[in-house]
Design a protein around this ligand. Structure first.
Ligand code: NOJ
Ligand code: NOJ
Length: 586
């Protein structure tokens, strides 16, 4: 049966040679054709969304990546640190692979981010948590509206994009630019990561305030390669080398035994099967790595079983997936419980599923063997029902069958994207789960970048190593990082009637995560009619910015919120320090 599938592919091989040099079946020729034209549309789509000269980014400052030109329903006319960094990571890889025309764009990104790091915003100032701000206006001013903040993936993702560029500069005779222009940005992002990695924050989908697998995986990579870059540049990266193994230790706790639980330390009522984890694996691909499960490498047993768990979770929730048998590619969204735009498949999520498969094939070809073990067996069985556990060397028929089947499976995800891509190649954020029509933000930069990276992997193009090999052994026990808390006393003057009580509620776990049922009660022990003081002293993490409000609960249990806007506060950096905030009910 395994031999048959190889045999069947041989005649087609003469006509259509896949970019991997592996035989592809004739019906995939249209995928190849689609990829060629869609790659051209995608690089154009990315560049059109970058200021100052991008055709769809007019008004955005130089080097600023606009998430989408959509100005309403939804309004994505902002620059997100995450989208920008992932996009620029793809551009740097493309530059390294030979597209020298991108040099100016890379340097403009460097300048734009140097500036953005100085902009105080609702997450804090430059040294007090502000780097965790998720998005800015396209003219580089702060966005001050309500948002799920902070998001701690931005700094490590940016550090990684810039580290790739810095290493290229060093290798190409421009250590000065790397040291003087790039390192200062990278150093600030790494310092942020060292300081805050153990604090909760919002996930990449801007919804869940907890510990996100993606954020921590990105942080681990950034600190590992950042420490190495510092050494190369004779700089120091304080705390990077000690935090990295602790984060790796922490990451092991997201593995449930059958999939990665993408969000922990939060009660979000979800399974945790989320493309968050697949995007983590593809982001941390190291071409020099073995299929290491501790770092959830694309070809690792854990990441393969997780790929199955996550993609299977979408089989029954989207009409467009109806009738697609097990083992064949489906449309993939963020997570099955998603309700954003009623919950639909996303182009970048479906492409991430393809990218992991192509990356795994790359890794197997590099390593020269494939190990199927009891963890990964269910993944492989979907594709090759008669496969058994074992290690298959690159010359073997089974090795070839696996590579062929996994490549075909990856092409299936690209074919799903192809099916729901309009004729002009425009990639929106989502496509309708029933009709397949493009939905939400048009021309989403991240969708285009995801197309480029997925098809780069398919062609065997990967970025340089980030040192996974020397950063993949977690310490046997995780030492709890030193907790650094501060005491803040909140004084709220609120005239109340008998039976009413005042509470504080806000964006932090310690403040009930905005849930009135988990709000912190204030004491009325000092309340007088001339000084209606309600107060509480709360222990909060240091150097943290957050939004909060007071609420009152009446004797009948009704919750009354203070009027808008939210209040905001940034705790001091001094461990154990005390401070007081005076507010009056509004
Ligand atoms: C906008 C965010 O960008 C999106 O990810 C989220 O799902 C919605 N807000 C709803 O919170
Ligand atoms: C919503 C997505 O959930 C988030 O990840 C992204 O950063 C923004 N849209 C902008 O594209």
């Amino acid at each position: 049966m395994l031999l048959t599938s190889i045999g069947r592919a041989l005649p087609a091989f003469l006509l259509f040679t896949g970019a991997l040099g592996t035989p592809v079946e004739q019906r995939q020729a249209s995928v190849d054709t689609f990829i060629t034209s869609q790659r051209a549309v995608s690089i154009e789509g990315v560049l059109a969304n970058i200021g100052a000269d991008g055709s769809k980014a007019q008004g955005a400052a130089a080097g600023i990546v606009v998430a989408s030109p959509s100005r309403s329903n939804p309004d994505y006319w902002y620059t997100w640190t995450r989208d920008s960094a992932l996009t620029y990571k793809a551009l740097v890889e493309r530059f390294i692979a030979g597209d020298t025309t991108l040099r100016k764009k890379l340097d403009e990104y460097v300048s734009s981010q140097t500036y953005l790091q100085t902009v105080s915003n609702p997450s804090g100032g430059p040294d007090t948590g502000g780097l965790g701000e998720p998005k800015f206006n396209v003219d580089r001013t702060a966005f001050t509206g309500a948002w799920g903040r902070p998001q701690r993936d931005g700094p490590p993702l940016r550090a990684t994009a810039l580290t790739l560029y810095a290493n290229w500069l060093i290798a190409n005779g421009n250590t000065t630019q790397a040291a003087n222009t790039l390192w200062p940005i990278i150093a600030k992002d790494l310092a942020y990561a060292v300081k805050y990695w153990n604090q909760t924050g919002f996930d990449l989908w801007e919804e869940v305030n907890g510990s996100s697998f993606f954020t921590l995986a990105a942080t681990h990579r950034a600190l590992a390669e950042g420490a190495a870059l510092a050494t190369k540049l004779s700089k120091t990266c304080d705390g990077c080398a000690t935090a990295a193994p602790q984060i790796l230790c922490f990451l092991q706790g997201f593995w449930t035994g059958s999939y990665i639980d993408s969000n922990i330390n939060v009660n979000d009522g979800r399974t945790g099967k989320d493309v968050n984890s697949i995007i983590s694996s593809i982001h941390t691909l190291d071409p020099a790595s073995a299929c290491t499960s501790t770092t959830f490498q694309p070809c690792s047993s854990r990441a393969l079983l997780n790929h199955k768990a996550v993609t299977d979770s979408f089989r029954t929730v989207y009409g467009v997936n109806n009738g697609i048998p097990q083992g064949k590619a489906v449309a993939v969204g963020r997570y099955s419980e998603d309700v954003y735009y009623n919950g639909n498949p996303w182009y970048l999520a479906t492409l991430a599923a393809a990218e992991q498969l192509y990356a795994a094939v790359y890794q197997w070809n590099t390593i020269g063997s494939i190990t199927v073990d009891s963890v990964s067996l269910p993944f492989f069985k979907d594709l090759l029902p008669s496969i058994t556990t074992g290690t298959y060397a690159s010359g073997s028929a089974t090795f070839k069958s696996i590579v062929s089947a996994v490549t075909t499976y990856g092409d299936g995800y690209v074919a799903v994207v192809q099916k729901y891509t309009p004729a002009n190649g425009g990639l929106a954020e989502q496509f309708d789960k029933s009709s397949g029509s493009p939905l939400s933000a048009v021309d989403l930069t991240w969708s285009y970048a995801a197309f480029l990276t997925a098809t780069d992997r398919r062609a065997g193009t990967v970025g340089p190593t980030w040192g996974e090999k020397s950063n993949n052994v977690p310490p046997t026990t995780c030492t709890a990082p030193p907790s650094c808390n501060v005491q803040v006393t909140f004084n709220e003057r609120a005239t109340t009637t008998f039976g009413e009580n005042v509470f504080i509620v806000g964006q932090l776990t310690q403040l009930g995560n905005w849930d009135p049922n988990s709000a912190i009660p204030l004491s009325a022990s000092k309340y007088t009619s001339s000084d209606p003081l309600w107060y509480a002293t709360v222990s909060l993490p240091s150097s943290t910015s957050f939004a909060y409000k007071y609420i009152r609960k009446t004797s009948s249990g009704t919750v009354v919120w203070e009027s808008d806007p939210n209040r905001s506060y940034t705790t001091s950096s001094g461990c154990g320090s005390t401070s007081t905030q005076n507010d009056t009910w509004r």
